[in-house]
Design a protein around this ligand. Structure first.
Ligand SMILES: [Zn+2]
Length: 107
């Protein structure tokens, strides 16, 4: 079963989901996860980098299986896919390093 069939599309309401087997974004055509997809994933996982890493590791494994079947001249091969899928997560600000939320103004 593909990750898309398993609900991966739910992670990107704006349509920045991977197309398989090339693993480029369906919306913008960039290598997935593109910037909007990363923002969406961070928002969805709400700082739970462990769960996000597990999800992206599953994507990484599927991407490696797909990309190695394709012509390396068109995909760039599997080199760098670890950084592409998982290397950016640690670069995100930790919840305790994020700026405080604006105080709510309520009735
Ligand atoms: Zn995109």
């Amino acid at each position: 079963m593909s990750l898309e069939a398993a609900g991966a599309g739910e992670h990107s309401p704006l349509g920045h989901v991977p197309s398989q087997p090339g693993w480029n974004c369906r919306a913008c055509g960039l290598a997935w996860p593109c910037g909007p997809a990363r923002e969406s994933l961070i928002a969805e996982y709400e700082g739970n980098t462990t769960a996000l890493s597990l999800y992206l590791a599953a994507c990484l494994h599927e991407a490696i299986d797909d990309l190695r079947e394709l012509d390396v001249r068109s995909t760039g091969g599997c080199g760098g896919v670890f950084d592409r899928f998982l290397g950016w997560i640690d670069q995100q600000p930790k919840p305790d390093q994020m700026p405080p939320h604006e105080p709510r103004v309520g009735p």
